[in-house]
Ligand binder design. Structure first.
Ligand code: FDP
Length: 317
């Protein structure tokens, strides 16, 4: 099986930013190995539970959120090509340009699904890489199509790195013996008319009724089972490999519906991957390519899945 470094050498040939992408993805892989190590030992190292505070999204911060955020800043912050960081756990962007006028930006959710950690359920790290001409704050607000790379590391029964640099979606599995990420799935294409429907049924009474009815009908008309982990990264991984539908709509009460998932750290990178693999993504009801980001910590509704299920979903709407 090919190692990640071997694969990057071949796959990035001809890319004008070959060296930059190679170093950035290699650093992200290293970060994944470190976080995987911490996640596996979290129960032994007193890393379970809340850290005692809330982040900018009013989520209760878990000890591992803090630890993994520090690790991500430590590793990506010294990458010679990265000039700015944005994290779900940070209030503002972190300038790591060290005088450089252009380079790349990394937006990340260091530990998605962290409320799962205490019960040994899957969690993951999500990343999105954008080019920057130096206006760091505004350059994070580029649309989905500007991403030069995006992906995630999922910490579950095994640790996998899944990413795209705009030409297919590829999966690497961490070999615990050698410590290498090995290619296990090249050019992932989402199967159609297969897989599961994934959303939290709690949302149904808390969303506009016509959309809620489309959600109900999708289960009835496809006849597919529902599965919902409650960690976006894990639900999206299953959808990429098995097909189906994943959603977290805007919820609330009449006239005041809001998304929960974060555009920069979750929806934009994972939605882009879904499209790269032949699926479709709607953010705030729009095709992902049409959504113009407005704020760093913007939250959006997310509906994504294989091309067949999304066609039916849009018809039901
Ligand atoms: P979490 O709160 O555990 O970090 O990003 C937030 C997120 O997890 C997603 O990963 C997940 O899809 C969603 O929230 C789960 O929310 P619900 O518990 O409301 O279903």
């Amino acid at each position: 099986m090919k190692t990640l470094s071997h694969y990057l050498l071949e796959h990035l040939k001809g890319y004008e930013n070959q060296r930059e992408l190679d170093l950035i993805i290699s650093d992200i892989a290293d970060l994944g190995k470190k976080i995987s190590h911490e996640v596996q030992r979290s129960g032994l190292l007193d890393l379970h539970g809340a850290a005692g505070g809330q982040n900018v999204h009013d989520d209760e911060v878990q000890k591992l959120d803090e630890r993994t955020n520090d690790l991500a800043k430590e590793i990506l912050g010294v990458n010679e090509h990265i000039i700015g960081l944005a994290s779900e756990e940070e209030e503002d962007v972190v300038d790591v340009s060290d005088g450089k006028k252009s380079g790349y930006l990394a937006a990340f959710d260091p530990l998605d699904g962290s409320s799962n950690i205490d019960t040994n359920m899957p969690v993951g790290t999500i990343f999105s890489i954008l080019p920057s001409t130096g206006d760091i704050k505004n350059d994070f607000l580029q649309p989905s199509g500007a991403q030069v790379a995006a992906g995630y590391i999922l910490y579950s029964s095994s640790t996998v790195l899944v990413f795209s640099v705009g030409s297919g979606v590829h999966e690497f599995t961490l070999d615990p013996d050698s410590g290498d990420f090995l290619l296990t799935n090249e050019n992932i294409t989402i199967p159609e008319n297969a897989g599961y429907i994934a959303y939290n049924p709690y949302v149904l009474p808390n969303m506009p009724e016509d959309r809620a009815e489309a959600y109900r009908q999708l289960v009835l008309q496809t006849g597919r089972s529902m599965r919902y982990v409650g960690a976006m990264v894990a639900d999206v991984h299953r959808t990429l490999l098995k097909g189906g539908f994943f959603a977290y709509p805007s919820v609330g009460s009449k006239g005041n519906y809001k998304g929960k998932l974060r555009l920069q750290y979750e929806a934009k990178p994972l939605g882009w991957l879904m499209e790269q693999a032949g699926g479709k993504t709607l953010l705030d009801g729009l095709a992902i390519s049409e959504l113009e980001p407005k704020e760093l910590h913007q939250k959006v509704s997310v509906e994504m899945g294989d091309a067949g299920v999304m066609k039916l979903f849009e018809k039901l709407l």
